[in-house]
Design a protein around this ligand. Structure first.
Ligand code: NAD
Length: 244
């Protein structure tokens, strides 16, 4: 049985991960953590950490994981460039799965977006996401990953070519642009749509999550997958074997 440390235990995802750990026959709860508690002591009681908390906490968790040589699954989003670099640095010593989304459906959407963008790269590409009104970061980590996939396939640059919302006399839409739109409201768990539009037609790829358990179960699957992996930075596509 793999013992799991669940961080952000009072949060929406922490609660879902605790449930997924209990439901998976290969895992059991080793320890829990939340604000103000000692993560070093908590991690000592576990074989792996699954983290859905706050981006500013990741460095502290990784320092403990590197010191104890334990793998980490990071589902938290909203990291700065420096925080992402620190994750990559830690992954040189321990195995880390870092994914903006752990659902099989969304990872299929990432795959489909890559394929569709290869064919439709001349179309106007826009991304729309909607989440519950408690969500802190925008755009969502998943929407950001979708835009990064589009950038990889078109040669666009995330920092230069993503247009976050539009207001006022912004002028005609340049072709070299990805429109990004974040809607917030109610209890929406997570909707993402990638739109490819041209004269005469439009393609829309949509995923809608209706339960956090889809993310939580995927994160626990990632934790089990990490057990025999060497140090390195992995994503959910690696866990699911989407190599193409
Ligand atoms: P939440 O606000 O319900 O819970 C956050 C938890 O983290 C709380 O228990 C809070 O006390 C704790 N926390 C906050 N600051 C902390 C700190 N400095 N140190 C330690 N713990 C701290 O949020 P949520 O909806 O559960 O989402 C948590 C994170 O997971 C967010 O970044 C969200 O975007 C991300 N998320 C990722 C996926 C995915 O599939 N990768 C899916 C859903 C949510």
């Amino acid at each position: 049985m793999m013992k799991v440390l669940v961080t952000g235990i009072s949060g929406r995802m922490g609660q879902a991960v605790q449930q997924a750990v209990a439901q998976n026959p290969g895992t059991e709860l080793g320890a829990t953590h939340d604000v103000g508690q000692d993560v070093v002591a908590a991690l000592a009681q576990a074989d792996v950490a699954v983290d859905f908390s706050f981006h500013g906490f990741t460095a502290e968790l990784l320092a403990a994981a590197v010191a104890q040589g334990k793998p980490v699954v990071i589902g938290t989003t909203g990291h700065t460039a420096e925080e992402k670099a620190a994750i990559a640095q830690a992954a040189q010593s321990i195995p880390v799965v870092f994914a903006s989304n752990f659902s099989v459906g969304v990872n299929t959407l990432f795959w489909l977006t890559r394929k569709a963008t290869r064919i439709l790269k001349q179309y106007d590409i826009e991304i729309v996401e909607m989440h519950h009104h408690h969500k802190l970061d925008a755009p969502s980590g998943t929407a950001r990953t979708l835009a990064e996939v589009v950038c990889e396939e078109t040669g666009m640059d995330y920092e230069k070519d993503v247009m976050h919302g539009r207001e006022g006399l912004v002028g005609a839409r340049p072709q070299r642009q990805i429109g990004m739109h974040s809607l917030r409201g109610g209890d929406v768990v997570g909707d993402h749509t990638v739109i490819y539009a041209t004269d005469g037609e439009r393609v829309e790829l949509t995923h809608k999550a209706s339960s956090r358990m889809t993310f939580a179960a995927g994160a626990v699957r990632a934790a089990l997958w990490l057990a025999d992996k060497p140090a390195g930075l992995y994503n959910m596509q690696d866990v699911l074997g989407f190599t193409d």
